[in-house]
Ligand binder design. Sequence first.
Ligand code: SF4
Length: 335
Amino acid sequence: MDAALTEEINRLTSLGLHRRCVEGALERVAALTLEINRLKKTRNAVICAHVYQTPDIILGIGDLVGDSYKLADDCRKTAADEIVFCGVHFMAETAKILNPDRKVYVPSKNAGCSLSEAITAADVRALKAEHPGLPVVTYINTSADVKAESDCIVTSANAEKILRKMYAEHDKVIFIPDRFMGANLAKALGKTPGKDIILWKGTCVVHEHFKPELIDVYRKKHPGLVALAHAECPSELIRAVDFMGGTGDMMRYVENSNAAAFLLVTECGFGELAKLRFPDKNFIAMCRLCPYMKSITLESVLALLKDPAPEEVTVPPLIAARAKVAIDKMFELAA
Ligand code: SF4
């Protein structure tokens, strides 16, 4: 076997990736990661990997790894000429808005998002006309067009903090597009949907389907279990768990807790990553796959690096400039 391939297999093994590969699969993964990492250097490209990607992408080729907020923040500081975004399209648009002089690519045409697709710029303009004077606080899972109509962007990592600051200046806000996250935040802030916070009807196809009654089943089966759920889950589910937050918050919670077992109620890639990061902790599976995130594979990243032009992400300059004002407001208020 080629010495470089052997070295790559050893590197992936040291990261724990052999534990998720069937017989012979690690060699195939290593051949792909080796070629991708070589091409990445040649092109001076950086690979952003969202925590919902598979571990072979996150650990094998990812340079910047994290949730939407961390990736958006990290992208601003990269010196690379090109950004390959292993995440969904709205995240790559955000990277492009923050890095107008760099080429940004997504290695899949199917990397959409049900939340992002739930609302258009025209919908936001209609909401603003219906509720004149209210600030529009927008979850980052939206298109650049929608961000351009917004006053401030938030992520699950900073939404509560930013909304508190918004409420210091306003009695009422518009929060789009996730109705479950909006309702969960309203509860945490002591606000009433419809009265203090205007919500939209968007949902995440992954998080909306978790069943709250299953949490008790798991608790009975695994004494000492701590249940953590993403803020995009319905309120009945959130009432049944011990902790609600974004993926960054959930990872920190796991790191700092000695609980007997962790139930991670979110996309499956996050649980896989947690298991590799904390091999001595006990994780119970209650997860669902995001079809958009999982449309990206090592093969699609390699194909992109060989011929990136068809996958370039662009944002019209006027839209980008307006969206950037709302994104910058997030960085200011989240600081
Ligand atoms: S998990 Fe949900 S919110 Fe995240 S990209 Fe998939 S559909 Fe969108």
